[in-house]
Each structure stands twice: as structure tokens, then as C-alpha cells.
Design a protein around this ligand. Structure first.
Ligand code: ZN
Ligand code: ZN
Ligand code: FE
Length: 756
């Protein structure tokens, strides 16, 4: 019976997540001697016993909730015959290369303490432990320990210190450990910043019940809260925020409350109550007790469950659902510093529920939905970032991918790890652009990535492109926007072989200088070929046409009918003042770049049938058109193609014919969706058979349209094709940075400094 000794190196999310106590417990259970310690690159273990198999199997099988093992490497050592197993604290050269975990919803153990009158953390809004609590939003630098978090200024009291130092305690080295005696505190302020008397939480709840708007400092920024059933209060919030139609998210106390407002299936319930706690888009019940202004004209409503003790206590005290929406005006980024919140939200909120733990990283709530039984991200942020995704190919050199412009994210990559940032927002805004550049620097320090290769969009006017082109001493890789979408979907699914890619979105810069957006590609990570697309039409007025879908209706009518546009169409009547100017603009190709965008085709139809002439937020016309579509309708408009070019004008003519026959809008909307889906399936099947491929990847923001997505998936599967959709990053431009990084990683290595 000779003992064996192994050096076990574990890579992944293994620090700050209770991994060493977990190993310590396993060692006791399996009679293993040796030690465990954090290193700069994960966790090292020396384990000695006659039989180590059980220990090693359990190491992988029983990983703690927040940990994620990427690799385990073993090396044989000479047995030392030591007794016992210890957690070594010394060698922690710091978490230079270790992975900071995302912020995580309050765990069951902490909730039990929160509700226990005998516990010293009873009703304490900042209770947390190794298995839950703030992480990414409070980390200021590396190595990851308390001094490098926004908890640095809170000195632990003796009982907290004892828990923190005890390897058998749930709070062993939980950096945000605190209690009412030593940790952050709540206060309630009026608009002038004066502290209001009474229990801050109960007073805030009372104000919410009275219809007031309360700014609440959360995990990644300030939210604005208001009673979700009080129409006058919600309408007041909408007015003050200058947010016309975009839906508000609603915080509900538990799943039962969610089910009272929306249909919630098991997958959705798991997503709502899981540790990441995104806002989940759900089908609202017709009788849902929600103010109409919460989500005007929308069949869906975004619900979320409380994810911090503060939110648990607040919603319990209010006793009914509350709107919880980003603390900002219009499209600005969410406020996250106290000074900023006071300045920017002073005109919106009636009171401020605040605390003295600073937020270091501004992080919005994530948004997800379930389609065909699987969760799909719409916005990947709090609870998900900065957890690394695994690239299907390894980067030979460190990569920065700067993403696109709207729904901006960036991605840093080294080896197989891709660190996709939290949602940054629309880069056109100066403050967002600053978050973008500071975020890149922060991620670089946190994950020890000094980029040598920088991937960017081809659009010369994107601020992200300009930023990339200005970086010194890096090799640049320009990645076509729709290739990036498809590469993103491949990376999301761990696939690197060639596929047919369908990339439908608003617009992206094409290699021919026109605006693409209805693309059929044959692509792998390194390269792509454009094998089909929607027929190009003019975008009259450029960006103005994106804000005004009726302009796309005009452009499409002209493309379909030339000078013989049928008279008496309502869309022309509603926009008579500038109709002929816009037609002339389109005809003469003055300030009217060509586009093959699928999103703009949806806009044209939405305006044509009278759903929406102008939008207040990106994608609004398409979203409302989808919601009008009659799910019982089985008809589909024909759409011809020739040489891979799809005649979108066929759909326009069919819509006009049905309109003039007096067919109802829901029927027209459904026939349009079904016609486009059938044509998309046919085009993808043709491309697959020509190229000898059996897999189709679907990406681009238009595939947030569940009706279209479901029809296309069903159609492709019925043809025996494998379909890839997004599960880890959004199909919209929030996923572009991952795709760019995957393309850069897959390109053949070239000598440093020579460029491409
Ligand atoms: Zn906990
Ligand atoms: Zn304490
Ligand atoms: Fe896009």
C-alpha cells in the first residue's frame, strides 16, 4: 500500500468562490493529506493518499456553486508522508490571471439569515457570503482581495473577521463579508440630498406605495422605482425620464407573483430564479395588474426577481410589484456614482434610497428570453459578465475586439478565454464612450491581457473603429459586420467548421461600401463568402430613414412599382408633406445609400400597414409588427429569388394587394413573416446544398423576432439541417465583439508588426 502524491493545478473560476474550503473538505472526506493554495493562475493542490481517484472525481463533480473548472492538470510527485491537509495562505501571488466571477443573487443560506430574528444579520441589506453577493461591480483591481474592492474602507469587526479567517466557514475569504456593525448602511435622502428620518427602507417602501418615484442604488447602478400598478405614477416616471414607449422592467417578489402577471413555463421559472437573475421577457396575462404605461402596446413584459438583500427587503416591504428601470434620462448610461445620480436623477426621483458602498463598474441588468425551450440573451450584463466564454480556437496572441456601435460590448481574449464585457450601450454618447475606453483598460488589468491584435468593424464612422485605428503598436484586423455576427454564433456554439450563415439585422458596413443587413453567407471563423442577400433599395435620408420607417415604405414602393405606385395608400396620405421629396431622394440616389437590410424591410411593411411611421427606439416598428401578427394565420406571401438575390419587393406588392382588398393587418403581418421565413429557409437550403454543408447559423438583431426565428428554425430542421442560434451572447450587436475576437483568433498567425 504505497501512497501516491500528485500536484493538481486547477484553472477556471476558482478564487473568491469557496474553492479552497471545498478542497479542504474533500481532502478530509477522502483521507487525503497535503495542501491547497491560490496561485496567480488558479489553484494548486498537492494531494497524497494511497488512492486519489475518489478525491479527483469529486473535485470535478461537486464543484461549488459559483466555481467553474476549465482545466485540471496532474503531475506525479514523490510522496512526502505528511499528515493532515492545510489551506496555505502565503503563496497567493494574487489573482493576476484568475477569473473574477459575476455578481450573484443572494443564496438560500443568506436569505435564511436575513429572515432570522436571532441572526446578527437579520434584515441586513448587505448580507452575502462566498456563494453569493457583489463581485464584478465592486472589484477595483488585482489581486482580488478586499483591498481591491469597494469594501476596502470598511474594516471588518471581530466576528466578521473570524468568519473570514475560518476555512470551514461559509464566509472564508468572502471579500465583501460584513454585518450591521461594520458594513455599509442605507439612508433615504430627499431631492436636495438631506437625510430623511425613520427606517430608510420602510420609509422608501411607504413612499413607493404612495405613488412616489424612488431612486434605488443597487448593484451596478441606480434604478428608478415606482408602483407598477399605479398608472399616474408610472406615466409620471415616463414623462420625467423622456422615455416614450420603451418597456419598463418590473420587480416581483417571487415566482407566484410573476405567474400572476405573466405566463411562466419551467425554463422561464428557472431563468427567473437562477443565480444570474436577468430580466426575463414573458407573455403578459391579459388581466395582469400592471399600469398600461409599464409596457405600452406590448404583449411582453420584462420581469425580474430580487437579486440583492436590499431588493428582497424592499419588495417585501412594498408588498406589490414595482417598476425597476435604469436610473438615467432617455438613452444616457445608467447613473452609478452618488454625485452623478444626484445631478442626473434629481429631476426625476422624489427620494433616493442609497448606501455607502461605492459601485466601481457600472453594470446594467441583463435581459433574456426563452425561445423553443432555450434561454437566449438579449442583453448580457449583470450576473453574466465578466465570466469568460470559451473560444472554439486558441488565440496565439492576445486580442482586443472593439465591437460595433449600438449595444456596444468589447471582448478581450487570450488562449481559449474570451472576456466579453458587460453591456456598454450606444457609443455615440460621450459618457458611454468613456465607459468603453475605461472598461477596456479595467478588463486588461483584471485579466492580464495586453492586446497585440485588435479586431474592429469595417464601418469607418463607428467610434469603436476610430478607437481601434488610433491604438499604437497593435496589428489591426477589420472584420465585416455580418461575418462577425455569424462568427459570434459559431463561437457561441463552440463550432469552427464552415456553415451557411443567415445574418439579418438593421445595417452593417459591407465590403462593397453599401449597407448590408439581409445576408446569406458561407462562412467559417477565418473567412466568408456572400452567396445571397436581399435586393438593395435606397435608404432615403440615411439615418433619418432608420428613425422614420415610412421613408422605407416610400423607397420600397418605388422599388416595387417605379413611377406607378398605387394611389390612395394611407402611408402616403399620412406623410404627404414630404412624400415626393423622399421619393425623389430615393430615385436620384442623393443622400440615399443602398441597403440590403432585413430590418428596413420590416420597417417598410410596418409603415405600409399603419403600425408605425416613426420609431422612438431601435427596432420598435419591427417589434410592433410582430406583435400584431396573427399566430393562427397559415398563408405566406411569395418571394422570388434569382442568383441568390431575394426580391423583397415581391412582399411589398403582396402587402399592398392585401391592403387594397381590405385584409386585416394581423393577417397581413403574419403572411409577411411567413413569406420571409419560407424564402430565408429556401435560400439557406440552396446555399447549403451548393456548398455541401449541413449546418445553418442564425444571427443578427432581426432574429430577436421570435415569430421569424421559430419559423426559420422549424423550416431548416424540417429540411434535415442542423441550426445554430445564440445562447451565450445576444444575436444583436452585443454579440459582435465575441465574433470579431473569434475571427482574429482563427486567422493564421502572422509576424508581429507586419500587419495584414
Ligand atoms: Zn450567500
Ligand atoms: Zn461585521
Ligand atoms: Fe448587426
Amino acid at each position: 500500500m504505497t501512497a501516491k502524491r500528485l500536484r493538481v493545478h486547477v484553472d477556471g473560476i476558482v478564487q473568491g468562490v469557496g474553492f479552497r474550503p471545498f478542497v479542504h473538505g474533500l481532502a478530509r472526506e477522502f483521507g487525503v493529506s497535503g495542501w491547497v493554495r491560490n496561485t496567480g493562475e488558479g489553484v494548486d493542490i498537492e494531494a497524497e493518499a494511497v488512492d486519489l481517484d475518489g478525491f479527483l472525481t469529486a473535485l470535478r463533480a461537486r464543484t461549488p456553486a459559483l466555481a467553474r473548472i476549465d482545466t485540471v492538470t496532474l503531475a506525479a510527485l514523490e510522496p512526502l508522508g505528511d499528515k493532515g491537509f492545510v489551506i496555505q495562505l502565503s503563496a497567493a501571488t494574487g489573482g493576476r490571471r484568475t477569473l473574477v466571477s459575476p455578481d450573484t443573487a443572494t443564496c438560500a443560506d443568506c436569505l435564511a439569515e436575513l429572515a432570522d430574528p436571532a441572526d446578527r444579520r437579520y434584515r441586513y441589506p448587505f448580507v452575502n457570503c462566498t456563494n453569493c453577493g457583489p463581485r464584478f461591480t465592486i472589484v477595483t483591481g488585482v489581486p482580488y482581495d478586499r483591498a481591491a474592492t469597494t469594501m476596502a474602507d470598511f474594516a471588518m469587526c471581530a466576528p466578521c473577521r473570524q468568519e473570514y479567517d475560518d476555512p470551514t466557514d461559509r464566509r472564508f475569504h468572502a471579500q465583501p463579508t460584513c454585518c450591521p456593525a461594520c458594513g455599509p448602511r442605507l439612508s433615504l435622502l430627499d431631492r436636495a440630498g438631506t437625510t430623511l428620518p425613520g427606517d430608510p427602507l420602510l420609509a422608501a417602501a411607504a413612499r413607493l406605495r404612495d405613488g412616489a418615484i424612488v431612486a434605488v442604488k443597487g448593484l451596478g447602478g441606480y434604478h428608478l422605482a415606482v408602483d407598477a400598478a399605479d398608472e399616474s405614477a408610472v406615466a409620471r416616471l415616463r414623462g420625467r425620464k423622456h422615455r416614450e414607449d420603451k418597456p419598463f422592467a418590473v420587480l416581483v417578489p417571487d415566482l407566484a407573483a410573476a405567474r400572476a402577471l405573466c405566463a411562466v413555463d419551467e425554463t422561464e421559472a428557472a431563468l427567473l430564479s437562477g443565480s444570474r437573475r436577468p430580466i426575463v421577457l414573458l407573455d403578459r396575462r391579459p388581466d395582469a395588474a400592471l399600469a398600461p404605461s409599464v409596457a405600452p402596446g406590448n404583449r411582453y413584459v420584462g420581469l425580474l426577481l430580487p437579486y440583492t438583500p436590499l431588493h428582497h427587503l424592499l419588495i417585501e416591504a412594498v408588498g406589490r410589484p414595482i417598476v425597476l428601470t435604469s436610473g438615467n434620462v432617455s438613452d444616457e448610461p445608467i447613473a452609478y456614482t452618488d454625485a452623478d445620480a444626484g445631478d442626473r436623477l434629481g429631476g426625476i426621483a422624489d427620494a433616493f434610497l442609497v448606501h455607502d458602498r461605492p459601485i466601481h463598474m457600472r453594470t446594467d441588468d441583463s435581459v433574456a428570453r426563452v425561445v423553443t425551450g432555450r434561454a437566449q440573451p438579449v442583453r448580457r450584463s449583470r450576473g453574466y459578465a465578466p465570466e469568460p466564454l470559451r473560444l472554439p480556437v486558441e488565440c496565439s496572441r492576445p486580442v482586443l475586439a472593439v465591437g460595433a456601435e449600438l449595444k456596444s460590448t468589447f471582448c478581450l481574449a487570450r488562449g481559449r478565454h474570451a472576456f466579453v464585457s458587460h453591456h456598454i450601450g450606444d457609443l455615440a454618447n460621450y459618457e458611454t464612450f468613456r465607459s468603453f475606453t475605461e472598461g477596456i483598460e479595467h478588463f486588461g488589468r483584471l485579466f492580464d491581457v495586453v492586446p497585440e491584435v485588435v479586431a474592429h468593424d469595417l464601418h469607418p464612422e463607428y467610434l469603436s473603429t476610430k478607437y481601434a485605428l488610433d491604438l499604437p503598436d497593435v496589428d489591426l484586423v477589420g472584420v465585416q459586420h455580418h461575418h462577425a455576427h455569424i462568427a459570434s454564433c459559431l463561437a457561441d456554439n463552440g463550432v469552427s467548421e464552415p456553415v451557411v450563415g443567415v445574418a439579418f439585422d438593421g445595417t452593417g458596413f459591407g465590403t462593397d461600401g453599401t449597407l448590408w443587413g439581409g445576408e446569406i453567407l458561407v462562412a467559417d471563423l477565418a473567412s466568408f463568402q456572400r452567396v445571397g442577400h436581399l435586393a438593395p433599395v435606397p435608404l432615403p435620408g440615411g439615418a433619418a430613414a432608420i428613425r422614420a420607417p415610412w421613408r422605407m415604405a416610400a423607397a420600397y414602393l418605388q422599388a416595387a412599382y417605379g413611377d406607378d405606385i398605387p394611389v390612395g395608400l394611407a402611408v402616403e396620405g399620412r406623410n404627404a408633406a414630404t412624400w415626393t421629396t423622399v421619393l425623389a431622394m430615393a430615385a436620384r440616389a442623393v443622400n440615399a445609400p443602398l441597403t440590403t437590410s432585413a430590418g428596413r424591410l420590416f420597417d417598410a411593411v410596418a409603415a405600409l400597414v399603419g403600425v408605425r411611421d416613426e420609431v422612438n427606439y431601435e427596432g420598435q416598428a419591427a417589434i410592433e409588427l410582430e406583435q400584431r401578427a396573427d399566430p393562427a394565420q397559415r398563408g405566406a406571401y411569395p418571394l422570388s429569388s434569382s442568383g441568390g438575390v431575394l426580391a423583397g419587393t415581391d412582399l411589398i406588392r403582396a402587402v399592398v394587394d392585401d391592403l387594397r382588398r381590405g385584409i386585416a393587418v394581423p393577417v397581413i403581418a403574419a403572411r409577411f413573416h411567413r413569406g420571409l421565413a419560407a424564402a430565408t429557409v429556401r435560400a439557406a437550403v440552396d446555399a447549403a446544398s451548393t456548398a455541401g454543408l449541413d449546418t445553418v447559423a442564425l444571427s443578427g438583431g432581426v432574429f430577436q423576432n421570435v415569430t421569424l426565428l421559430t419559423l426559420v428554425i422549424d423550416g431548416l430542421q424540417a429540411e434535415g439541417l442542423r441550426v445554430l442560434t445564440h445562447e451565450q451572447v445576444p444575436c444583436n450587436d452585443g454579440g459582435i465583439s465575441l465574433g470579431q475576437a473569434a475571427v482574429a483568433a482563427a486567422l493564421p498567425a502572422y509576424d508581429s508588426g507586419t500587419g495584414r
